[in-house]
Write a protein that binds this ligand. Structure first.
Ligand SMILES: [Cu+2]
Length: 130
């Protein structure tokens, strides 16, 4: 019996389109999960962790775990939770890249920083027909 090549796999252009679709599906996969939330605990006289790195449009959620009042307050006025107590939470979304230091207004020696990286840019693909 003579072996016949499958036409759609034999065609290089269709094969390219096929791989292209698979590739773009992989690139788009992280977008399907949406933005992420990073967690920072506010204890008595510390933030944990003190440094967090996220992507643009991710959120940071602070959770008060200590027994006295603290705040998460942006050094540049971008957010201010106000002074809150145990088990309170505060969430801020970061929509631009940069470094965003913060502190506690009650205890200015309590400091932390959020680093926001630019979103991953999907690779562009050029198909040249010759
Ligand atoms: Cu404090």
């Amino acid at each position: 019996m003579e072996y016949k090549r499958t036409p759609h796999l034999a065609n290089p252009l269709l094969r390219l389109v096929r791989y292209g679709l698979v590739g773009s599906a992989l690139v788009c996969l992280p977008l399907a999960f949406g933005s992420a939330i990073a967690h920072v605990n506010i204890g008595d006289f510390f933030f944990s962790p003190t440094a967090v790195t996220i992507n643009v449009n991710d959120q940071v959620k602070w959770t008060w775990i200590g027994s006295i009042g603290h705040s998460t307050t942006s050094n540049t006025g971008l957010w201010d939770s106000g002074v809150r107590g145990s088990q309170a939470t505060f969430t801020n979304k970061f929509t631009s890249a940069g470094s965003f230091p913060f502190h506690c207004t009650v205890h200015p020696f309590m400091i932390g920083s959020i680093t926001v990286q630019a979103e991953d840019v999907p690779p562009s693909v050029a198909i040249r027909f010759t």
